[in-house]
Design a protein around this ligand. Structure first.
Ligand code: SAH
Length: 372
């Protein structure tokens, strides 16, 4: 829910919804406002509207509820965006240019309820769900900041893999998907969108039934229930069998190969026994395993060596599993979920208290700092 005192967003409202807000304007105005919002224009930049109308709108509304607060450019080409929302909350996103297009990783919640052992996003629990316009606003803000427009987008691919569990904010995520792919919205094909879930099996099935065609990624991280429950408490509600069955259902309904994400943690889930059990689980339908070496992000768990990760990959491949090791981006700019937001909040708290902020970026420096 949005803060009731904060200005309301225009971004993503339908032509009818906008029309209702503009009763005395000519009928095409709503269409224009909708298009301006997707271009990343502020209300005072919507120059085809009368000055009076712009002033009226500005009293109660903002075009985009998401503002870019800072950008951190990594030497690997990726950029971490720190955004502020109209109620003062902070969220983050990562922009990753590739040869085939540019991917933006967006957040779906402020914080997260899942409490995965290795993840910084859930460390402080859930603050609130993001409204659909706040998910959309991240894409619009970065597209504009990177020099894109609606016709010639800078952001070509979107992954819902930032902070939050998308299926714990199902309604807003669905409306986000509808608006970001709408022909009179940003017109991003659902095929260029991936959604990552910690495995809410009932929502995976509902999503399959919804007829959307986005790529589904499921965070598995262990093929054994006892261990997965330790790493991901959500496994106590949806065990591995139910998650894999739901993933298979997703394939059957959509025809889309499912990706299993598997964060490698040294000595925990990178053994041969894990590779064998994992291969048995993902057999029998088109699936791909994405291995990610843990970003320690302040947890007590450790990251396996590149050799250990390659050995796990080789074991999986020998067992007939399609698998790759995912390159990890932005390690020098706190690219892991929730890391940056936590540091900035701790710095702000320290500044309020007059104490020096702790400096969690010691591990690798925090990249070039740019204020926008
Ligand atoms: N809640 C969703 C999406 C968020 S995170 C989910 O759980 O899938 C996207 C991926 O990054 C997930 O697979 C998550 O488990 C993984 N991840 C989170 N923190 C990580 C870290 N410190 N190192 C490596 N992977 C991490």
């Amino acid at each position: 829910m949005m803060d009731s005192g904060a200005k309301k967003p225009l971004l993503g409202l339908t032509v009818d919804e906008l029309g209702a807000l503009l009763p005395s304007a000519p009928p095409y105005t709503a269409k224009q406002v909708r298009a301006f919002c997707f271009e990343g224009k502020k209300i005072d930049e919507m120059t085809s509207l009368s000055k009076k109308l712009r002033a009226e709108l500005e009293e109660n509304f903002v075009a985009n509820p998401v503002s870019v607060m800072r950008v951190y450019r990594s030497k690997d080409g990726s950029s971490k965006y720190l955004f502020s929302l109209t109620d003062g909350n902070l969220i983050e996103g990562v922009y990753m240019p590739h040869s085939y297009g540019n991917t933006l990783c967006v957040s779906t919640q402020i914080g997260c309820r899942m409490h995965c052992a290795f993840c910084a996003s859930g460390a402080d629990g859930l603050v609130r769900d993001l409204d659909f316009s706040e998910i959309l606003g991240q894409v619009v803000a970065v597209n504009a900041a990177e020099g894109g427009s609606v016709k010639k987008r800078a952001v070509t691919n979107i992954v819902l893999m930032g902070s939050g569990e998308p299926f714990d904010n199902y309604g807003n995520v669905m409306r986000f998907l509808d608006e970001v792919s709408a022909p009179d919205g940003l017109n991003v094909s659902e095929r260029n969108i991936s959604l990552s879930t910690s495995g809410l099996a009932d929502k995976i099935r509902a999503f399959a039934d919804s007829g959307r065609k986005v790529t589904l990624s499921v965070s598995l991280h262990s093929p054994f229930d006892e261990e997965r429950s330790r790493l991901m408490p959500v496994n106590r509600k949806y065990d591995i069998a139910s998650v894999v069955a739901a993933a298979r259902y997703y394939f059957e309904k959509t025809g889309r190969r499912v990706i299993f994400e598997y964060t490698l943690i040294a000595g925990v889930n990178d053994t041969d026994r894990c590779a064998v059990r994992l291969s048995e689980l993902v057999r029998g339908f088109p699936a791909h395993v994405n291995l990610i070496r843990l970003n320690p992000a302040g947890s007590a768990l450790s990251r396996p060596s590149a050799d250990a990760a390659n050995a796990f990959l080789a074991a999986l491949t020998a067992l007939g599993v399609s698998a790759t090791i995912r390159r990890s981006f932005g390690e020098d700019i706190e690219g892991a979920c929730g890391q940056l937001r936590r540091r900035v909040i701790s710095e702000e708290k320290a500044a309020e208290a007059g104490a020096p902020a702790d400096e969690p970026a010691k591990r690798g420096g925090r990249g070039k700092f740019t204020t926008v």
